[in-house]
Design a protein around this ligand. Structure first.
Ligand code: ADE
Length: 233
């Protein structure tokens, strides 16, 4: 998979992309991630990329030309593959595991990090295939949402996670409910004991306990997930 990111804050990405799973995935050549500085595509001598909205109003908008030029340049280097162009914006479809799964099966993603009050509408109309929001709150910029999306998608690319981690991931996302409580050593800590069943060595009992606990935790913390599961059935 290839992921291109268009941003006015290219330096924000290095600390996240050069750690942990995402770093490993790139080292294994399972994903190639390229960060592009939007200002490099500005025609303005001060590398300006924004301007005031026609008709007045507060804030600034991204001008269309730098974004079109950036996308055209990325496309020209990547002609064989169809690019899926995503704009990160609070107006977008809400990101979830299902969308992460779908995007992880794409060959080439191009993420545009929105900013200021927004982008010129012609970018949406002509370039963008999908608008994505990471939740119903407004951040100062689309860079953190882009990194959230990259993290959630990259870990789903086959080979990125180890076998044990993938199996875990599978059980969570396919069942659509929360994880059961887990414990590790010591068996007693500050007077709190690990549930006896987990020390019993009886795997039937342990499985039964875990299923019950997972349902109870989901019912308490995220009852909405159980309703969704019922609807699916
Ligand atoms: N930009 C600002 N807030 C955002 C959000 N919640 N999701 C995606 N992009 C954003």
């Amino acid at each position: 998979m290839r992921i291109d990111v268009v941003t006015i804050f290219p330096k924000m990405f290095a600390p996240v992309l050069n750690e942990s799973m995402i770093k490993r995935a790139q080292a294994k050549k399972l994903v190639q991630i390229k960060i592009h500085d939007l200002r490099a595509y500005s025609l303005d001598k001060h590398r300006k990329v924004d301007d005031r909205p026609f008709g007045g109003g507060p804030g600034m908008l991204f001008r269309p030309e730098p974004i079109f030029r950036a996308v055209e340049s990325i496309r020209s280097k990547n002609e064989k593959q169809k690019l899926k162009i995503i704009l990160l914006t609070p107006q977008g479809k809400k990101f979830n595991q299902h969308l992460a799964n779908r995007l992880s099966r794409t060959k080439s993603l191009l993420l545009i990090c929105g900013h200021y009050e927004g982008v010129d509408e012609r970018v949406r109309k002509k370039l963008v295939n999908e608008e994505v929001s990471i939740g119903d709150y407004v951040l100062t910029c689309g860079e953190l949402p882009a990194m959230v999306l990259i993290d959630a998608v990259v870990r789903l690319i086959p080979g990125v996670l180890g076998k044990a981690e993938s199996a875990h991931n599978e059980s969570f996302s396919s069942r659509g409910i929360l994880e059961y409580p887990q414990y590790t050593r010591p068996a007693v800590f500050k007077g709190m004991s690990v549930p006896k069943v987990l020390l019993s060595g009886n795997h039937n009992l342990i499985d039964g306990w875990r299923k019950k606990q997972a349902l109870a935790v989901t019912k308490k913390k995220r009852p909405d997930l159980l309703k969704k599961e019922k609807k699916k059935r």
